[in-house]
Design a protein around this ligand. Structure first.
Ligand SMILES: Cc1ncc(COP(=O)(O)O)c(C=O)c1O
Length: 416
């Protein structure tokens, strides 16, 4: 199988060169060229529609990043955008007081999310995970935190510790997904001082294979939290409104005390949530201060309410699971047909193709070549992050993607 020709990304590179003089690193966080494949991926985008992206050089891609998770329907989803635009034009969206949408959304969450009784609304996922930890600490009067998964960029949990005094994270301990023994050991030592166990209920560790809960894992964590009186927080920033409307807690049948939502709940508009037991959430009314100028802005509420309406009316999650199940089954068949060390993990709405690790580090070359072939063919995946399926991916898009995956695997087989 021949190599696909390199994309023309001249304009992206020019803008990036200028950006490096204006913004440290050119772009922030997990959007830098090194977070994809340098010299192969575009750096700046022009537009998106449905499941497609167009970069500043005019290259078009079928996208599987979904904006790192918020896009559950599609880019420029008219019903959601129209609702927000109407609100902005006819009523306005940024005031010193809150608009009643807050109550409407809080009520919808009670209907949808098993753990929801009372909610607070913020903007980003990091806002919400941090607020959940503060609420748990205020409620229990304890300090220590057990955590599992990525929870954002704030001081207590970010991986890169530059600029953060140790005292801000020294009471936070990490455990591995599906490693109940490790958490049990940690709790033996720190349990009585532990305010919260915060975890992603579905395993999606950075850069690694995804994992469903092993039998007894979520139940075991729930028991440990109860045994030591710690607040169990599910970080459902990626899984909320994606695995089920009620998140992974609905799918796996374990109810946490608090839940954190963000990303997909408003199809791209900024809003995040901490929701949970009334008794615990109530501390947010007195003991602590959670406030930010933009938290009450109504565009996120309006978008979330409309997104929920569309998700339910059009049975979007059923559609995503249906086409996604077939798609990942076909990917698995291709990986077996071309045994080049590629591995599939995850479930229909979110999945990841990684490469089996070897001592020589050949897997890194294979990963680079595989994702290079895909982006050159017009399929936007990340080598370092799992993929998502959204509503606007059609069967035809997925079939085209399967062809590109097959060609990329065939290329790898001829090279390695
Ligand atoms: C599981 C999880 N929690 C929290 C966050 C932080 O969310 P945000 O990037 O909106 O601050 C993310 C972001 O990727 C996430 O995936």
């Amino acid at each position: 199988m021949k190599e696909a020709p390199k994309l023309n990304i001249t304009k992206s590179l020019q803008i990036y060169e200028e950006a490096c003089k204006l913004v440290p690193g050119g772009v922030l966080g997990a959007r830098r060229p090194m977070d994809f494949i340098q010299g192969e991926y575009p750096i700046f985008l022009e537009s998106g529609k449905g499941c497609r992206l167009t970069d500043v050089d005019g290259n078009e891609f079928v996208d599987f990043m979904c904006g790192y998770g918020p896009i559950i329907l599609g880019y420029r989803e008219e019903e959601v955008d129209d609702a927000v635009i109407k609100q902005i034009k006819e009523k306005g969206f940024c005031f010193s007081l809150t608009q009643p949408f807050q109550n409407y959304l809080a009520k919808r969450l009670i209907e949808l999310v098993p753990s929801a009784e009372m909610s607070i609304f913020l903007k980003t996922g990091s806002d919400a995970t941090t607020a959940s930890v503060r609420i748990a600490r205020a409620y229990t009067g304890k300090i220590k935190i057990m955590r599992c998964g990525y929870h954002g960029w704030h001081d207590w949990c970010v991986e890169m510790k530059g600029g953060i005094p140790k005292k801000l994270y020294e009471d936070v301990f990490e455990f591995q997904y599906n490693n109940l023994d490790q958490l049990e050991e940690l709790m033996k030592t720190h349990g009585p001082e532990t305010a919260a166990i915060i975890m992603t209920p579905f395993g999606h560790p950075n850069h690694e294979k995804m994992q469903e809960p092993a039998p007894g894992f979520l139940e075991g964590v729930r028991e440990l939290a109860d045994k030591y009186g710690a607040v169990l927080v599910y970080d459902e920033i990626r899984t909320g409104f994606r695995l089920r409307m009620g998140g992974a807690q609905e799918l796996y049948g374990i109810t946490p005390d608090l839940t954190v939502l963000g990303k997909a709940i408003a199809n791209g508009y900024p809003i995040s949530v901490v929701t949970g037991k009334k008794e615990i959430m109530s501390v947010a009314s007195g003991k602590l201060f959670i406030s930010s100028t933009f938290f009450p802005n109504s565009e996120g509420f309006v978008a979330a309410l409309k997104t929920i309406e569309v998700l339910e009316r059009d049975k979007v999650l059923e559609d995503i699971w249906g086409k996604g199940e077939r798609f990942i089954k076909d990917i698995q068949a291709l990986l077996e047909k071309y045994p080049v060390g590629a591995e599939l993990s995850g479930i229909a709405p979110m999945f990841y193709i990684t490469f089996e690790r070897d001592e020589k580090g050949l897997y890194k070359d294979k990963r680079r070549d595989f994702y290079t072939q895909l982006i050159r063919r017009g399929f936007f995946f990340s080598p370092y992050h799992h993929a998502y399926i959204c509503y606007r991916h059609t069967e035809e898009d997925l079939n085209m993607t399967l062809n590109a995956i097959e060609e990329s695997l065939a290329y790898l087989r001829s090279k390695y």
